[in-house]
Design a protein around this ligand. Structure first.
Ligand code: FAD
Length: 315
């Protein structure tokens, strides 16, 4: 679809390219510009630097589509470790975590310990409890459309005990305006993004224009509602429209927030903070950065030549 750069996504599936890129140390410029580190220490440092600038953070331990229960447990352990480290540094007022349910067991087959849905729910509960004890929150990332119902069902279950748990909705899906209506209730934290997966036309808008229009319709529902909208986009037009709509609906600054990815439009992140807006940066970290990096590079055609040059020079 138009949101993706197909050549780069196809290239990213080549084992040769994967081996070449994966042998680059994470400190290589192109990787570090999107992923500040592989370890808990590195990401806590990156968090502290942003917090010093008045920017909030949500941390994502990279790794998705786990088909291995032990790997899912290792991911849960990584979240518990980072939550403890954030708490020890006094950062949990400004930093939360984002979790992909497929990284904590959602994709496991039904014959494993009650099935992926149940395992992911229990693992997410463990992370939510640790986040609550550390004084912060969890947001459930949204993945491809085949997981949307399961993810929203897990969200509903989690919110019974942890109503602060954040949801993510993707404007490219036809269903999302209705999902926004269902989730625009008091206390409900909802991140609205365009959507990052390659979805078929039966379920998703295919043109940039249609996705943007859907994003604006969803924004109106969320900003007019009682919840806490988290406006996740780097798109300058949508940021401007969101600001205008926020004042039209009588929203005070701080009753919603802007979110951007680490390394993308950092000047805009600072400009918004200076303008009094609440801004949160999503920081991915860990060793499994390859797929994430490829999705980010694929989002911008200009990145292809930048990427190839850095592959050749290995910088
Ligand atoms: C905080 C946050 C959380 C997210 N969580 C999810 C999630 O849970 N599920 C999901 O499916 N998707 C998620 N996404 C990704 C999102 O769906 C989009 O794929 C991504 O944000 C690009 O869309 P955009 O709104 O920035 O608009 P685009 O139209 O892609 O970009 C608008 C402008 O932003 C700049 N820009 C965008 N991408 C790049 C880049 N890679 N490098 C440099 N500049 C760039 C360019 O100036 C571009 O013109 C998240 C995004 C953010 C910001």
């Amino acid at each position: 679809m138009a949101l993706m750069s197909r050549p780069l996504l196809l290239l990213s599936r080549s084992d040769l390219v994967k081996n070449l890129v994966s042998t680059m140390p994470v400190s290589a410029g192109i990787v570090r510009s999107y992923v500040p580190g592989e370890t808990t220490d590195a990401v806590v440092e990156a968090t502290a630097r942003l917090v010093d600038e008045g920017i909030r953070v949500t941390l994502d331990f990279l790794g998705e589509d786990t088909l291995d229960a032990e790997q899912a447990e290792a991911t849960v352990a990584a979240y518990l470790e980072v939550l403890e480290a954030l708490s020890a540094r006094g950062l949990t007022r400004m930093a939360e975590v984002s979790v992909k349910l497929s990284a904590i067991g959602q994709a496991l087959p039904d014959d494993v310990a009650g099935g992926g849905h149940k395992i992911a729910l229990e693992n997410a509960r463990t992370i939510c409890r640790a986040a609550r004890n550390a004084g912060t929150t969890v947001t459930l990332d949204m993945e491809d459309h085949t997981t949307t119902d399961s993810t929203l069902a897990i969200l509903r279950e989690l919110r019974k005990d942890f109503p602060e748990t954040g949801a993510v909705l993707q404007a490219y899906l036809h269903r999302t305006e209705a999902d926004c209506r269902a989730l625009a209730y008091e206390g409900s934290r909802v991140r609205l993004c365009k959507g990052a997966y390659n979805e078929p036309e039966e379920v998703a808008f295919q043109s940039d224009l249609d996705v943007d229009r859907s994003y604006v319709r969803c924004l109106k529902v969320l900003l007019a509602g009682q919840g806490y909208p988290m406006i996740a986009t780097h798109d300058p037009r949508l940021v401007e429209i969101a600001s205008t709509l926020a004042s039209r609906y009588g929203r005070d600054q701080g009753s919603y927030e802007f979110q951007m990815l680490f390394g993308i439009r950092p000047d805009e992140q600072r400009r918004l903070v200076k303008a009094g807006e609440r801004v949160r940066v999503y920081i991915p970290y860990g060793q499994e950065w390859y797929g994430y990096l490829m999705r980010r590079l694929a989002e911008r055609p200009q990145n292809l030549s930048f990427f190839l040059k850095s592959l050749i020079s290995k910088k």
